[in-house]
Design a protein around this ligand. Structure first.
Ligand code: AMP
Length: 212
């Protein structure tokens, strides 16, 4: 099963992608995580991407398309995958078609902007392994510490309120057109994402034909 998780930054697509990844045993591929890892390691791509990410802008299409091409060629994607945060523009969606990638379903998680701004102010991430938490909705076992690797959690630079507004603007202008793009193809499923994480998960699994 090849899936795309669509939604504004902070809509919870990463969390849902991880849950579905475990349940269906297919990898969740997050371009955001790949880019952050490259930034941390100071690779050429990471250095190129950094200025865009920190301003809340999208990294150029050719860079992320290159990342996805490489990642989807890895063996763990052979039996299916979840794309979390890709595509984010129409040219990126067209690149998937050109690559011959067939998408079964696009899960669009819908959350109003006000709720997103509130959620993102509470988001904390692990700078070491990329795990994501929330001070209210997805607390780590020990406050401020990553469950998986024990590192101290931080606020992502691009989760600061002023950058969040820019990211939402970018979402509405550049990414939202993908909703009609996939609706026309008859593979879009719209999911109400503003309640509890478990509610969104139940709706997502139902849409995928599984049980919560
Ligand atoms: P995310 O963790 O998915 O919110 O991604 C964090 C940042 O990485 C975004 O704000 C963009 O700057 C960049 N990024 C991630 N995925 C993409 C993509 N598909 N296209 C362009 N930029 C991306």
């Amino acid at each position: 099963m090849n899936l795309i998780f669509l939604g504004a930054p902070g809509a919870g697509k990463g969390t849902q992608a991880e849950i579905v990844s475990e349940k269906f045993n297919i990898p969740a591929v997050s371009t955001g995580n790949i880019i952050r890892e490259a930034m941390k390691n100071g690779t050429e791509m990471g250095t190129k991407a950094q200025e865009f990410v920190q301003k809340g802008e999208l990294v150029p299409d050719e860079v992320v398309i290159g990342i996805i091409k490489e990642r989807l060629a890895e063996s763990d994607c052979a039996n299916g995958f979840i794309l979390d945060g890709f595509p984010r523009t129409i040219p990126q969606a067209e690149a998937l078609i050109e690559m011959g990638v067939k998408i079964d379903k696009v899960i669009d998680i819908e959350v109003p902007d006000e709720k997103i701004a509130e959620r993102m102010s509470g988001r904390r991430v692990c700078p070491q392994c990329g795990a994501s938490y929330h001070i209210e909705y997805k607390k780590p076992k020990k406050e401020g510490i990553c469950n998986s690797c024990g590192s101290e959690l931080i606020i992502r630079k691009d989760d600061k309120p002023e950058v969040v507004l820019d990211r939402l603007n970018v979402y509405h202008t550049q990414t939202e057109p993908l909703i009609s793009f996939y609706k026309e193809k008859g593979i879009l499923v719209e999911i109400e994402g503003q309640e509890e994480v478990a509610d969104t998960t139940a709706l997502t699994l139902k849409a995928l034909g599984g049980n919560a």
